[in-house]
Design a protein around this ligand. Structure first.
Ligand code: SF4
Length: 379
């Protein structure tokens, strides 16, 4: 267990749930005023609007953690996102050089502990360790660089750090893979097979060189020895439950119905969708593309629903559609609602913080090594 969780709340969460948004808004604003610069509320782009309205900073998971690390005033971070993001914020905001500069630890709170990430949960550390040992029986695992997407538990970042590996984001994945291939002739990529595959294909690696490791298969992750020996990138069988929902027929349907439509998707989408898109890029890139596009541009965007709706609202000069006919939203992130935010903030103000995330020292140390390698490579 790499994370310590504080005990039961002093204010009952149940009493917050019946409150209307106006009352919750008022109380959240009151705590923000009371705590002033001691408090930093971070809101992920996929978060619901009611929560984003109270966030001091908005961004993707890595941007938010970096912003948290750079803030030298605050004592408390409330991370409106999911569990692995709060862990990363704790690791970066409390890293030794930042601690020395700031002079005190920062407490990181996740308003709802049930706000996990289904993708991160698909690569449990014991499964990863078993896979590593099994691979070592047929190939030289000193010649494999493990790479984890930032959307992973701290325990996996630690594993990667301890084994000479590195973290990547959806915006720097290609650069990180290039670095990994300077260290070894093979890569083991966690936990999102789609980001790993879409990035590797761009680099000229072919699908027959990318076996998928299924942690539930009886042996060799469901692969033959020959497939593992022939591999360049071994992909972990994980995916994002939101981005996996986008399908090629959604792209075809828009192209048939809307003249001059541009399709833009996140690289967590399956290869079949990614290959059909005009633009594939991280959350940050999607936002930048929309901001930079001339008025009248028509987009069908394949990423989380709250972000697409917000882009639609903030860019009325463009025609923005959601790529799928079904609702694709991050159900776990959606758990962080106004009631949970207000509950966690009032407990903080009361001196009885709840749902605090504290990554243990050894896990922080190795995760930081893997994160720092990424920062150095991305410069
Ligand atoms: S959108 Fe996907 S990857 Fe992001 S937090 Fe939700 S389940 Fe995880």
């Amino acid at each position: 267990m790499s994370t310590t969780i504080t005990p039961a709340p002093s204010f009952e969460l149940e009493t917050y749930k019946p409150l209307d948004n106006a009352e919750l808004d008022r109380r959240v604003a009151a705590v923000k005023q009371q705590l002033g610069n001691d408090l930093l509320i971070l809101g992920h782009h996929y978060q619901q609007d009611e929560v984003i309205a109270h966030s001091d900073l908005r961004g993707d998971s890595y941007q938010l953690s970096e912003m948290a690390a750079q803030n030298t005033d605050c004592r408390n971070i409330v991370f409106c996102g999911v569990h692995f993001m709060a862990e990363t914020a704790d690791i970066l905001a409390n890293r030794p050089d930042v601690l020395e500069q700031r002079g005190h630890r920062v407490t990181v709170t996740l308003p709802d502990m049930a706000a996990g990430c289904s993708m991160a949960d698909m690569a449990a550390i014991d499964q990863v360790e078993n896979a590593w040992d099994e691979l070592g029986e047929i190939i030289d695992n000193s010649d494999i660089t493990p790479v984890t997407y930032i959307n992973s538990a701290a325990s996996l970042k630690r594993f990667v750090g301890e084994h000479g590996g590195i973290v990547c984001t959806s915006s720097n994945a290609e650069k990180i893979l290039e670095w990994a291939f300077e260290q070894s002739s093979r890569v083991l990529f966690f936990p999102d097979q789609h980001l790993g595959r879409n990035t590797s294909l761009k680099m000229g690696i072919t699908n027959d060189q990318m076996p998928v490791w299924d942690p539930y298969a009886e042996e060799l992750g469901g692969n033959t020895e020959a497939a593992i020996q022939n591999s360049k990138v071994i992909l972990w069988k994980g995916h994002c439950s939101v981005h996996q929902m986008f399908q090629p027929e959604h792209v075809h349907s828009f192209r048939e119905r809307v003249e001059d439509i541009k399709i833009m998707v996140h690289p967590e989408c399956p290869q079949e969708v990614n290959d059909l898109a005009d633009v594939s890029g991280s959350t940050g890139k999607i936002i930048q593309e929309v901001k930079a596009a001339p008025a009248g541009t028509k987009w069908a965007i394949g990423t989380e629903l709250h972000l697409v709706n917000r882009l639609k609202h903030e860019h009325p000069e463009q025609e923005i559609h959601f790529l799928s006919p079904v609702i694709c939203m991050c159900a776990t992130m959606y758990r962080v609602d106004l009631a949970h935010l207000c509950w966690s903030l009032e407990n903080l103000a009361n001196g009885t913080p709840v749902n605090t995330i504290e990554v243990d020292d050894e896990t922080s140390k190795w995760s930081l090594i893997a994160l720092q390698r990424m920062l150095d490579v991305s410069k």
